[in-house]
Design a protein around this ligand. Structure first.
Ligand code: ZN
Length: 271
């Protein structure tokens, strides 16, 4: 690999495409319930051809039945292809949009007065470092969301730029300058997974890693972790104030209010 980065810095509010289209949403729900395509025929009378049509975005009685059985939001499923979250522009927050196979992965940079916080490091060894060197970011306070290579691959190359790597006990908080950072349990997609609620800017922020994407969630290998993921998201993310800006590991930023209304995996109103 060359030492120059093919990553780029993008604004928090950049309208980049959703990480998951409807096809992935349905497939993640199928996997989360540990079902095969053959099970769909046996249990709900949905043929393989009808399932293919549902994956392609067709709304049918069968799709409605599956949504009800799997606690997915029918309204959010129907509107998924038109969903594009909007977030306000905050100058102190930037996305490092870093290469990962044919896709990209986000690392999030927050600069407030004398504090520079980085959440995750991208996949390539040198991509994040090259970009951070280029913009003159140093003395990083580093936080990691989960131990998948696309989020921690750049860690060793960042040692020389890092003042401290934080690993906070779940539920605990630290204060760095004006910022208070609280560590949340977002286990499910990966065990463990951490979220970070950040207060002290004009809006509250929550770094969510791959626990949640705008309009989707991170894939879970079985029903145990799928239920854990949804439970943790309900308790620790959907319960936050609606204006909280969510910073996912892939795809665009979003807000709690927009995910409550538009994410097919969330059907229950949160009080
Ligand atoms: Zn990822």
């Amino acid at each position: 690999m060359s030492t120059s980065s093919s990553g780029k810095l993008t604004r928090l509010a950049a309208a980049i495409p959703l990480e998951d289209d409807l096809h992935y949403v349905w497939r993640k729900a199928l996997r989360g319930h540990e079902l095969s395509v053959a099970d769909l025929q046996t249990r709900w009378g949905v043929s393989a051809a009808e399932w293919d049509a549902i994956l392609a975005g067709e709304w049918s009685k069968q799709a409605e039945n599956l949504a009800a059985a799997w606690q997915l939001s029918p309204a959010a499923l129907r509107h998924h292809s038109h969903y594009q979250p909007e977030v306000p522009h905050l100058t102190s927050v930037s996305r490092l949009q870093l290469p990962f196979e044919n896709d990209t992965v986000n690392a999030w940079l927050i600069r407030d007065e004398d504090q520079t916080l980085l959440f995750d490091t991208g996949y390539g060894e040198n991509d994040a470092r090259a970009l951070l060197n280029h913009i003159g970011a140093a003395d990083l306070q580093l936080f990691l969301t989960h131990d998948h290579r696309d989020h921690v691959g750049g860690i060793s190359a960042l040692r020389s730029l890092t003042q401290k790597q934080h690993s906070l006990p779940l539920g605990s908080s630290i204060t760095l300058g004006n910022l208070k950072i609280k560590c949340l349990d977002l286990a499910g997609h990966c065990l463990p997974s951490y979220g970070y609620l950040i207060e002290g800017l004009s809006k509250p922020l929550c770094v969510v890693g791959d626990a949640l994407f705008a309009g989707s969630i991170g894939g879970c290998p079985d029903s145990f972790t799928y239920e854990m993921a949804l439970r943790n998201l309900h308790h620790h993310v959907l319960s936050l104030t609606g204006e909280t800006i969510l910073l996912p590991g892939h795809g665009p930023a979003t807000t709690v209010a927009q995910e409550r209304a538009n994410n097919p995996f969330f059907t229950e109103p949160v009080s």
